[in-house]
Ligand binder design. Structure first.
Ligand code: SF4
Length: 332
């Protein structure tokens, strides 16, 4: 069960003498957040506004919405990062999962019997489970490595687009175990490190080798790059979400692509969806600098490349090899 760090919310409201706050969270937490908003209003006499737009990651903060809504604080719930605060108003609030990994770790043992050095990683709600998992595996005779955090990432933590703690130890381990029920993240670990990766699902108590999904994603990603080789008209999308805005990256890509005689238009969007993209009839290939997973995981009618795919496309135009285009600590 996910447990929101309510105590910290109460503390921050009192410390800041806040009168109005906004809160946002992933869909799975919205009902809990709704209940919490009622509690805050009742016990503290403040006004709470829930920003119910989809929230997929720590990039989905709502600092600007808080300003528009004249709120004193913006609580971003459920995506813990290494920083407690961001922007002018945003406070990151932890929501940890109290589910146990004991059973699924035991189930994984026969599958990792031939691997000596194990890399452990997870997402924010299970960070506290890394220590126990490490101790368990060490008792079973394994060497266990948890990569150091960097930037917004804590030790052993990954995002769907940032993998430094696993990338930095990929040569020290034989396999990665991802703790959590998220193929999305486990696939990211495997693609960014090129290592076998197992997903340990604590709810279903199942261990999943995600290699078939990884192969499919990789092939689809590389095929898109080759399909874009002869295109003449490109659209570079600048994501308007707070944590996704990367104007500089978009401008750099524009300059590079223009050097190869292509026409490039800049387009800004909050949500990168086909219904918006298909309005641009002359654009053959989109490159979006918002979230790499929109390109790598979703299906689109037109080609929609991520930043590493766009860089690989440019490398191909330059006559270089691109096999390792996703083998990176960061896909933005
Ligand atoms: S940019 Fe995409 S992958 Fe990265 S944190 Fe945001 S939603 Fe997740």
């Amino acid at each position: 069960m996910l447990v929101i760090d309510e105590e910290r919310i109460f503390e921050e409201i009192k410390r800041r003498k806040a009168k109005r706050v906004v809160m946002n969270a992933p869909d799975g937490l919205l009902n809990k957040v709704h209940n919490l908003s009622k509690k805050l209003e009742r016990e503290l006499g403040i006004e709470v506004i829930i920003v119910a737009e989809p929230s997929y990651g720590s990039c989905d903060t709502v600092d600007e919405e808080a300003l528009k809504l004249n709120a004193d604080v913006a609580f971003h719930i459920g995506h813990k990062i290494s920083l407690p605060f961001l922007g002018k108003r945003t406070v990151f609030i932890d929501a940890y999962d109290d589910v146990s990994f004991k059973d699924v770790l035991e189930k994984a043992l026969p599958l990792i019997k031939d691997f000596k050095r194990i890399g452990l990683c997870t997402i924010s709600q299970h960070i506290h489970s890394l220590k126990e998992a490490k101790e368990f595996l060490e008792k079973m005779g394994k060497e266990v490595v948890i990569g150091k955090g960097k930037g917004q990432l804590l030790d052993g933590q990954i995002f769907g687009c940032e993998f430094y703690p696993v990338y930095s130890i990929k040569d020290e381990v034989d396999i990665f175990l991802f703790l959590g029920q998220s193929r999305f993240h486990a696939i990211g670990v495997a693609l960014s490190t090129n290592k076998p990766t197992l997903m340990l699902d604590p709810y279903l108590k199942e261990v999943e080798d995600i290699s078939p999904l990884v192969d499919e994603r990789y092939k689809r990603a590389i095929l898109s790059i080759y399909k874009a080789l002869d295109a003449k008209n490109f659209g570079i999308i600048i994501g308007l979400k707070e944590g996704q805005l990367s104007l500089l990256r978009a401008l750099q890509l524009k300059e590079k692509i223009k050097k190869f005689g292509r026409d490039v238009s800049l387009i800004a969007l909050r949500e990168v969806k086909d219904d918006r993209l298909l309005l641009f009839k002359d654009i053959e290939v989109f490159i979006q600098t918002a979230c790499p997973r929109i390109s790598l995981d979703d299906y689109h009618e037109k080609l929609v490349l991520s930043v590493p795919q766009a860089e690989a496309l440019i490398a191909l135009w330059e006559g270089k090899k691109i096999d390792d285009f996703l083998l990176k600590s960061h896909w933005l």
